[in-house]
Design a protein around this ligand. Structure first.
Ligand SMILES: Cc1cc2nc3c(=O)[nH]c(=O)nc-3n(C[C@H](O)[C@H](O)[C@H](O)COP(=O)(O)O)c2cc1C
Length: 344
């Protein structure tokens, strides 16, 4: 049976929130990974971590990515997220950030396959399929993706996602898709390829060159959920529709902001135990702050976007932002700049 998640949205800390997961699914992603959450923080019932998860009532399929290095924490965290409605548990074995790696978490696990294997088995005790998102290896001299992937398969992983860069590369250089092909040949479980998909043609090329079962889009989806529709079209042999008109981009940015404000209100009202105008105003302010990057990405490539972004960054409320966008569109300055579009 072909793998059902051909087109996935990558987990991205601070980006793949509940609201953005809903958006990319609506634009054609089969599966949207949740941003990484700490197994240890979940076990200690850190409230912010529950807010970060935000999976209650989320549309299926629901995948939670955990990071951790203590099997007992991972087992307990897996049970907690299973209870909350997760359907898949992914373990992060790729995060390169020093404060994660120094605790033996994230990409540090590439150097400790035995511990990595124990973590997969610990997560599986919650009864859900466990998946692994990994990198090519620790550094250029220690590229062990093939052996590591085989080991994860033996440990019981349901599928793997491979970001074909080493930890040492962080996000620099090019992802080495040849490794995706090598891992695909070496394991029987499905493999999702990841790294450097910025347009529909890249997704087709990765599938063709590596034989991977699905593709995962990370940075390419920033401000561009339409990339998923483009890839879907290309997979179906149709012409990708490309990035839409400025009016539609801006309407999407505003809808994103509105949804984010609603989620923010939901959680803040719960946290404060009070539903007042002051709490709602604070929720709005926090949501606007948290969405600044997204708003900047949406408008990238539109005419005058640098000036528009500068103005956006001074605003703290939905109504002001809506008015700024309306004025921008009205002034007729909204045409896409030459070369600014990510149309394939
Ligand atoms: C800002 C940022 C946050 C990320 N957060 C996560 C994360 O929480 N978990 C994870 O496994 N990978 C994370 N990644 C890595 C991406 O999921 C993906 O593997 C990487 O960006 C390569 O794909 P791309 O070339 O399509 O961007 C993050 C990457 C970036 C740039």
């Amino acid at each position: 049976m072909p793998f059902e998640y051909r087109l996935t949205a990558a987990p991205m800390a601070g980006i793949s929130s509940r609201v953005y997961r809903d958006i990319v699914r609506a634009h054609g992603a089969d599966l949207a990974y949740g941003e990484m959450v700490s197994a240890q923080a979940l076990v200690y019932q850190n409230r912010k971590t529950l807010e970060l998860l935000d999976i209650t009532d989320e549309q299926a399929p629901r995948l939670v990515q955990l990071f951790g290095a203590v099997p007992e924490h991972v087992a307990e965290a897996a049970a907690i997220v299973a209870e909350l409605g997760a359907q898949y548990i992914d373990i992060n074995m790729g995060c390169p950030v020093p404060k994660v790696v120094k605790n033996n978490e994230g990409s540090a696990l590439l150097r400790q396959p035995e511990l990595a294997e124990r973590l997969v088995k610990a997560a599986a005790t919650a009864g859900l399929p466990v998946t692994v998102k990994m990198r090519a290896g620790w550094d250029g001299g220690r590229v062990n993706a093939v052996e590591f992937a085989q080991r994860m398969e033996q440990a019981g992983a349901a599928w793997l996602a491979l970001h074909a860069r080493t930890r040492e590369q962080f996000y620099q250089g090019r992802a080495d898709w040849r490794l995706i092909a090598a891992v695909k040949r070496a394991v029987a479980i499905p493999l999702i390829g990841n790294g450097d998909i910025f347009q529909a043609g890249d997704a087709l090329a990765m599938l063709e060159q590596t034989g991977c079962d699905g593709v995962m889009v990370g940075r390419g989806m920033l401000g561009n959920p339409w990339l998923f529709a483009d890839i879907r079209a290309a997979l179906a042999g149709q012409q990708p529709p490309g990035r839409p008109a400025p009016q539609i981009i801006i309407a999407q940015a505003l809808a994103h902001l509105k949804e984010q404000i609603q989620r923010s209100e939901h959680w803040l009202v719960r946290r404060e135990g009070e539903d007042s105008a002051a709490v709602r105003a604070l929720a709005e302010k926090l949501a606007v702050q948290s969405l600044r990057h997204h708003l900047g990405w949406y408008i990238k490539g539109l005419r005058g976007s640098a000036d528009l972004r500068r103005r956006l960054n001074t605003l703290t409320g939905y109504a002001q932002i809506k008015a700024l966008f309306a004025a921008y569109l009205r002034d007729g300055s909204a045409a896409v700049e030459d070369g600014g579009s990510s149309k394939p």
